[in-house]
Ligand binder design. Structure first.
Ligand code: HEC
Length: 145
């Protein structure tokens, strides 16, 4: 009888200890996971300027890749197309873009690259490739119709 009781006790005890161990280790895991998530979601790119050598691999890896339309737009085109400077069709202004979009996308590409009236060639982004300028046009058009 006593033997059985003590066996039960040992058994419960083991369960109890196991339970604590589990809950401790699962807390530890959660903290670690939190850290992992923090590390993964840290906005590395947003804190680094292109070409900044202190920023390490993430930025270096993006060098040499073509810029996206959005990057070209926010880097260059927005200075006129954001507010409509000098009669530039404003980003998102459907009425201002309607007739231009009707001219066809390739025409808009050509005009953006070569310039038209007050629109300077490549929107002043001399360092942009034709494809990058086209991507910026596509980006503006997609958000303005
Ligand atoms: C210095 C100001 C300025 C910058 C910077 C600028 N634009 Fe423009 N853009 C204009 C103006 C002004 C017009 C309107 C020209 C007109 O129709 O008289 C225009 C018109 C356009 C049009 C319409 C052309 C057409 O055929 O109707 C496109 C497409 C365009 N810009 C693309 C871009 C892109 C892409 C960039 C960035 C790479 C850019 N622009 C940067 C001033 C600018």
């Amino acid at each position: 009888m006593t033997k059985m009781l003590s066996k039960k006790f040992v058994c419960l005890c083991a369960l109890f200890t196991f339970g604590i161990a589990l809950s401790v280790s699962s807390h530890a895991l959660t903290d670690k996971q939190k850290k992992d998530v923090d590390a993964r979601t840290k906005p590395v790119g947003s804190l680094c300027l292109e070409g900044d050598s202190t920023c390490g691999v993430a930025v270096a890896a993006s060098n040499g890749k073509p810029k996206t339309g959005e990057e070209v737009y926010t880097g260059t085109c927005t200075m006129c197309h954001g507010a409509g400077v000098g009669g530039a069709p404003k980003f998102g202004d459907k009425a201002a873009w309607k007739d231009r979009i009707a001219e066809s996308l390739p025409t808009l590409h050509d005009h953006a690259i070569a310039g038209i009236r007050a629109m300077p060639p490549k929107g002043t982004c001399a360092a942009c490739s034709d494809d990058e300028v086209k991507a910026a046009v596509d980006y503006m058009v997609a958000h303005s119709k």
